[in-house]
Write a protein that binds this ligand. Structure first.
Ligand SMILES: *Cc1c(COP(=O)(O)O)cnc(C)c1O
Length: 411
């Protein structure tokens, strides 16, 4: 949904330089059509099965973005009470909200129960006890799935591998059946599913299938013990194309392979995050200064690691594109932010034209784990966000002010 028309880069039918001029930079810009298409791909792939596509809200929790997905009938995969709050505010049906996380507090569990969410993805025996107790106090039954760590190791960044032996996530594979037998004895717990989520930015179907087959064994054994597991929650994790050479499996390919592992009567939940919003959003930044240092060309932009931390945190690659075509010669450049940290970079050693002050750059495919991970580090107010729909650009988050920085402080 971004393309050059003559010399200008467009998102849908809006010129990016116009957005920069109207709303200022740095700013996140999203394509509504891309979000809709990405979600519809999942929905279509699910069509013959019963189940839910739950958007993983931690990837992007902007209210207007969540609302698009809620209006499309999506469910939500949440990781905190705050995310559940946001989802309810924008109109997600609570019966389509699932809640995972290794450290759910008692307050969050109570809030989730009172909100009547669909299911908890339980990650430890102690958490099960707490949910059982709080549900008992509220005189309701809590629907649960256990998040099982299937001990597979997809090929991705170590910080985003979650389904490998020895990570903090889920119930260890060997304890899975015991967890279900324990749940069976709890008065206020109702077992409805099983959950696994093996990691993020995974570009092959194989590790998902390996995990699914291991999960199937647990399902069979649990059901032999007289319990019914209706929902298979397969998590998220499908990657997107950040670099030109990368190939991405389609949701359809992923899902049909997983469906084939399980019995026909099962219902499924998928929790895509990155693959819904990742390539629908981009960070638009302005070059403040250009300088040479140590024989290198530096473009210093008004977007820093507080606005987009992925390069710093995961050494992530985002393609960077000037929003106007130019014939100026290209040189190896480091694109960096204004923050006082050497780790504050957006892209290293990129062949970019030697553009200077006041030119705009688009840091592409930053819709996931971009704005959601932004902070005010260096007392930089949180940046603005714009949603583009056809010819229309709409502000969906105002740029924060200096006053906002001190909003909750007590002098
Ligand atoms: C982060 C997360 C997701 C989404 O992962 P993506 O790689 O963004 O699709 C889904 N489920 C759980 C439990 C998660 O923690």
């Amino acid at each position: 949904m971004i393309e050059f028309r003559k010399n200008d880069l467009y998102i849908e039918n809006v010129k990016l330089s116009d957005i920069a001029k109207e709303y200022g930079t740095s700013i996140y810009v999203y394509s509504k059509q891309r979000i809709v298409n990405n979600f519809e791909n999942y929905k279509k792939a699910m069509s013959l099965k019963d189940g839910l596509i739950c958007f993983a809200c931690k990837t992007n929790s902007s209210g207007a973005i969540l609302k698009i997905l809620a209006d499309l009938g999506a469910g939500a995969d949440t990781t905190s009470g705050g995310e559940i709050y946001r989802c309810l505010k924008v109109g997600f049906n609570p019966s389509k909200i699932v809640y995972a996380g290794v450290g759910k507090s008692a307050e969050e569990i109570e809030y989730a129960l009172k909100s009547k969410i669909f299911m908890f993805n339980v990650e430890s025996f102690e958490e099960l006890d707490v949910i059982d107790k709080i549900a008992g106090n509220l005189k309701i039954k809590a629907n649960i799935a256990f998040r099982i760590n299937p001990h597979v190791n997809p090929d991705t960044h170590s910080y985003i591998v979650t389904g490998k032996k020895g990570t903090k996530f889920g119930i260890p594979y060997e304890d899975a059946v015991k967890a279900y037998l324990t749940a069976k004895r709890k008065k206020n717990i109702s077992v409805v599913g099983i959950h696994f989520h093996i990691g993020s930015q995974i570009l092959e179907v194989k590790p998902f299938v390996v995990a699914a087959k291991k999960i199937k064994k647990i399902v069979d054994e649990v059901e032999r013990n007289g319990m019914q597991i209706s929902y298979i929650d397969c998590g998220g994790g499908l990657g997107i194309k950040y670099e030109k050479h990368e190939k991405v499996p389609s949701p359809k390919c992923l899902m049909s392979e997983i469906f084939s592992v399980f019995d026909k009567n099962k219902k499924f939940i998928f929790e895509p995050g990155r693959s819904i919003i990742g390539n629908a959003g981009h960070l638009l930044a302005k070059v403040l200064y250009r300088k040479m240092s140590g024989g290198k060309n530096f473009l210093i932009t008004d977007a820093g690691m507080n606005d987009l931390i992925r390069p710093t945190l995961y050494d992530a690659y985002h393609e960077i594109v000037p929003v106007k075509k130019t014939n100026v010669k290209k040189v190896g450049s480091n694109v960096v932010g204004p923050i006082c940290e050497s780790g504050d970079f957006i892209g290293k050693d990129r062949m970019l034209p030697t553009i200077g002050q006041d030119k705009y750059l688009l840091v592409t495919c930053t819709g996931a784990y971009g704005a959601a991970m932004a902070s005010e580090y260096n007392s930089r107010p949180l940046l603005a966000e714009v949603l583009v729909d056809g010819k229309q650009a709409k502000l969906i988050r105002k740029r924060a002010s200096y006053e906002d920085l001190m909003l909750n402080e007590i002098l």
